[in-house]
Design a protein around this ligand. Sequence first.
Ligand code: NAG
Ligand code: NAG
Ligand code: NAG
Ligand code: NAG
Length: 407
Amino acid sequence: MILMTYFCFVFFWFRGCLGLSLMEIIVGESLGDIDIQKMVMNFGYKLTEHEVVSETGNILVLHKIRAKRKNLRNGSYTPSVLIQHGLLGASDNWFLRGPDKDLPYLLSDAGYDVWLGNMRGNVYSRRHTTLNPDSSSSYWNFALHEIAYYDLPATIDYILDKSGQESLFFMGHSIGSTIALILCSLRPEYNKKILLHLALAPIAYVAHKPNLYHKFVFASFPFVEQSVQSKNIHEVFPRRKYFSRFIEYFCQDGTYFQKLCLMFIFNFVGEDYEQFNATLIPDFAKYYPAGTSLNMATNLYQMYTTGLFSAMDFGNKTLNMLHYQSDTPPSYNLSNVQHPITLYYSDGDYLVTKDDIDILADKLPNVKDKFKIPYQTFNHLDFMWAINSKKLLYDQLLLLLNKYVES
Ligand SMILES: *[C@@H]1O[C@H](CO)[C@@H](O)[C@H](O)[C@H]1NC(C)=O
Ligand SMILES: *[C@@H]1O[C@H](CO)[C@@H](O)[C@H](O)[C@H]1NC(C)=O
Ligand SMILES: *[C@@H]1O[C@H](CO)[C@@H](O)[C@H](O)[C@H]1NC(C)=O
Ligand SMILES: *[C@@H]1O[C@H](CO)[C@@H](O)[C@H](O)[C@H]1NC(C)=O
């Protein structure tokens, strides 16, 4: 009975979420009214917004956080850190909990120049110089490859231009890290612009066996994809008030369904009741998901089901040729990725496991360290929202950065 309710819930969440987006495109109220400037200011920091236009005409928003008080680091050298969010995320996912908990504030307090990127198609970077995301399907014709090849280099160059420095620290969570790997495999000249890459549960080669729930999601994906495509929808999981209210209603403290919500989340990212603050579900749901393209979902689905680290396969030679000048999608050659990398992973993460990281580490020529989070059940989401993320991870990251700066 519980199992049946559960599967119904999962099924309707998946279908409903995409179905909602159709309704929402017509009638939905966007959640763009979250005043993050004010939120950050109330925490005692200053948030500025910067626009970067990539070669393809995509307008991307970068956020920069600064402590209002003077930086603690002496001297003129304040290295920049670029933080890239993961799948369906946005920059604000990283600073919604506040100064004692979230990474950007901690880095800023330590004197770093902190920047947060937004991938094209999400709530902040959903703009283009000529294409209209609301009416143009071409706008949504992107996946990791395009973000990595066009948007990330524009972002890095913008920050380096502002800071007057030659390189920066790069920190990516999940696919946020993946795009830096793709960029440097395709455009090796960017290696020298990354002083150090902190890779938090990067997705590249998927070697582990999927769990039962992942199997279920993967098995239903082609069906869901088709049904979405047939409705001419190209944007998936946008940030919407209706969705956020729905989650709040079902998953907040004191509701019967909260356990189900947690089960649902944990089956996907790894079970960690200890480090997940369920009281914050309504807040999390305001900020997550933040939207992406259907192609991105297909891209990830292919990576998980084939185990290959290559660009999205259009399943059509003509289209592949058009995109990649080759019948088959290019696979990424990691021997070109020469910048120093430290890899972070956890035994409690269902999406990126030790096996996956070991393969990646084998292929990367310049791995400085592999760091296992010292907490058995730490999951994929905990890299961002664990109750003790500071103690378990962020303090480590800061120590490492400080060591690099001082040497
Ligand atoms: C910065 O300089 C001040 C004054 O010289 C000194 O008191 C402080 O400890 C220095 N801070 C750091 C982080 O080096
Ligand atoms: C969870 O979040 C709530 C709301 O912000 C907070 O009051 C509570 O202290 C948090 N719990 C833990 C264990 O951090
Ligand atoms: C491939 O895509 C093109 C352009 O959308 C289409 O015209 C063609 O029929 C497709 N080919 C196959 C084999 O599906
Ligand atoms: C990857 O690149 C390296 C160096 O650029 C080259 O030696 C190697 O043959 C390439 N591997 C593949 C599979 O293309």
